[in-house]
Design a binder for this molecule. Structure first.
Ligand SMILES: [Zn+2]
Length: 66
């Protein structure tokens, strides 16, 4: 998997640090994180990611990327 593929697919619900649990759906939102790269997720995993991924700011900072 290339960096380009990785950037375009959902990293939810645990921030892309869960190996086989990665979703892989197209990215729709970017969630700001403290001291980590922004988390790019699909609509289904936006909610779970806010609650479960490491380093998510609260209140969350969310950007619609497409
Ligand atoms: Zn997803």
């Amino acid at each position: 998997m290339t960096d380009r593929d990785r950037a375009a697919s959902c990293q939810g619900p645990y921030g892309g640090e869960n190996g086989l649990e990665d979703c892989g759906d197209p990215v729709r939102f970017e969630v700001a994180r403290h001291l980590r790269a922004p988390l790019r997720v699909c609509p289904v995993h936006l909610g779970p990611s806010l609650l479960l991924a490491a380093g998510v700011l609260w209140p969350p900072g969310i950007i619609l990327v497409r």
